[in-house]
Design a protein around this ligand. Structure first.
Ligand code: F6P
Ligand code: MG
Length: 510
């Protein structure tokens, strides 16, 4: 049976208009490799670098890993759809100058498709005046000279593909900001009406606890609300577009169900669960009259909407007094949030007509919620940021060395919440660490460097790396490998992991 993740062999996929009719990678010359269990892991920190993670890297030619399916089938399919989207835009243009310019972008996408399907070597990024070019080219020159899409670590090769996709447009005259995934992102939110209104009808009215309750009862009510909304925020991540490509509206609805009973049932799928510790952490913030909480965002549309519902609650309950949201500067891993997606969400909630079948009360609840969020922005209680580092190939082990300004900035936060699978892969170096590895060990300097903030990772599991499952985690993972072979990519399981960091210590850079 085909799962939603299974796009089938490349030769069976529908041809993308404008793209090659058939995408086949020739891998015969590459060894099929299982992780090297003989070497001693983890590597000592001085021997760790982007091509040599602390535990074995996942690489595209590792047929046992999701890296292989992604590099061989998913990325060419995603690129084919991007070409399709751009061709649609091209066909709607009238100005000759713009048409010619966009046709060149499509040609460059064709070249990228050839490189990807022919497993070309990774070349430097063309200088398009983006602030990340130097970081990309330094990393390629230092660690990936002569490497190709399949033998470079998966994380780097996949990020590189999205950077090359951006380059197809960034060097153009008229289309430098074009987002090939924008249509898809808007469309999926508009098809999420049930869950969208379930939340807006509940949370449009500002959060208030009855004055008749005792102090203990109030705290308990708040704790329950916190746990529920943390789960809403967590499971909002199971609906990213790169994996939803084949899902029906019904399947999306089932994934997005947010009811209380549903959440109680899904808590057992949180395999590494620091939710109780997370509550203790945020409670302390209120004693300091509210803290600063940062969200390193993942996906636009419904997930971002869930993040905002959660952030709204943190503010209203006094657990935080400022929220800083970190998004991407350009289209990234299909569904990640850009500034345009952020603005679109807030504006469509207040002014849009996205949901023709909604009742007046439902539309009003959405408008009220959106208006409140826009007001937070005006008052500086919500701040949207987009540091160039988030769209590089570096993992977050290198954040303090490659983006010291960003590290310093985050070190001033009381809690940094990383959303989603890709951020989790970057936190953990995307390597084959045992599932029992403590989260604080797996994230290296993000936990141990002086000034490292408290970090929470809210991630539904959609790729190979799994850590933080506790002392018996290896057995849990082995059992799931036997009983549910696709458990690491289904999005059915999740982790909520917390690192205490070393806040309050002076940050020093070498
Ligand atoms: O292409 C693989 C991947 O990067 C996986 O990590 C994950 O399945 C998806 O794409 C992105 O997930 P998320 O949006 O949660 O980071
Ligand atoms: Mg994403």
């Amino acid at each position: 049976m085909m799962t939603p993740l299974d796009l089938g062999p490349p030769q069976q996929q529908a041809a993308a208009p404008g793209g090659p009719s058939r995408v086949t990678l020739h891998l015969g010359h590459l060894p099929s490799k299982k992780p090297d269990t003989k070497a001693t892991w983890p590597r000592s920190p001085t021997r760790v670098d982007p091509n040599n993670p602390p535990w074995p890297a996942y690489r595209g030619y590792h047929e046992y890993s999701f890296a292989h399916a992604t590099m061989q089938s998913r990325l060419p399919t995603i690129l084919g759809k991007a070409i399709e989207d751009t061709t649609r835009t091209l066909n709607s243009q009238s100005s000759e100058e713009k048409v010619i310019d966009l046709a060149s972008c499509i040609d460059r996408m064709g070249e990228l498709m050839t490189d990807l399907s022919g497993n070309a070597k990774l070349r430097p990024i063309i200088d398009d005046n983006e602030a990340d070019v130097a970081l990309w080219n330094k990393e390629i020159a230092k660690y990936f000279q002569g490497k190709d899409f399949m033998n470079a670590p998966w994380l780097f090769a996949e990020a590189y593909k999205y950077r090359r996709l951006h380059e197809c447009f960034s060097i153009s005259k008229f289309w430098s900001d074009y987002d090939v995934f924008y249509r898809q992102k808007c469309d999926t939110f508009s098809r999420s009406s049930d869950a969208v209104f379930e939340l807006s009808m509940r949370f449009a009215e500002p959060f208030k606890i009855s004055d008749d309750l005792s102090a203990e009862e109030k705290e308990e009510a708040e704790r329950l609300m916190f746990l529920e909304l943390t789960q809403v925020c967590l499971w909002g991540n199971s609906t990213d577009l790169s994996l939803l490509i084949n899902m029906t509206e019904e399947q999306i609805k089932a994934l997005q169900s947010t009811g209380g009973d549903h959440l109680a049932a899904t808590e057992k799928n949180i395999l590494g669960n620091d939710l109780p510790r997370l509550w203790e952490t945020v409670k302390v913030l209120r004693e300091k009259t509210g803290g600063r909480v940062d969200f390193v965002l993942d996906n636009a549309g419904f997930e971002l909407y869930c993040d905002c519902v959660y952030a709204d609650f943190l503010l209203q309950s006094g657990l935080a007094n400022q929220i800083r949201f970190h998004g991407k500067r350009f289209a990234w891993f299909v569904s990640d949030v850009t500034k345009k997606d952020w603005e679109w969400l807030l504006n469509t909630m207040v002014y849009g007509q996205l949901f023709p079948n909604a009742s007046d009360t439902e539309m009003e609840s959405l408008r009220r919620l959106g208006a409140r969020w826009k007001q937070y922005e005006k008052e500086g209680k919500w701040v949207y940021e987009q540091h160039p580092f988030w769209c590089t190939g570096y993992t977050f082990w290198e954040l303090h060395s490659e983006a010291p300004d960003l590290f310093l900035h985050l070190s001033r936060s009381d809690l940094v919440i990383f959303k989603g699978d890709l951020n989790h892969r970057k936190l953990t170096y995307d390597c084959a660490a045992p599932a029992s590895t403590p989260f604080e060990v797996a994230i290296g300097p993000m936990a141990s460097a002086a000034g490292a903030p408290k970090i929470a990772s809210l991630r539904t599991i959609k790729s190979d790396v799994v850590v933080g499952l506790g002392p018996h985690g290896d057995e849990t993972a082995e059992k799931l490998d036997e009983t549910e072979p696709g458990w690491k990519i289904s999005g059915k399981y999740a982790v909520v992991l917390l690192s205490e960091g070393r806040p309050g210590e002076k940050v020093r850079f070498a």
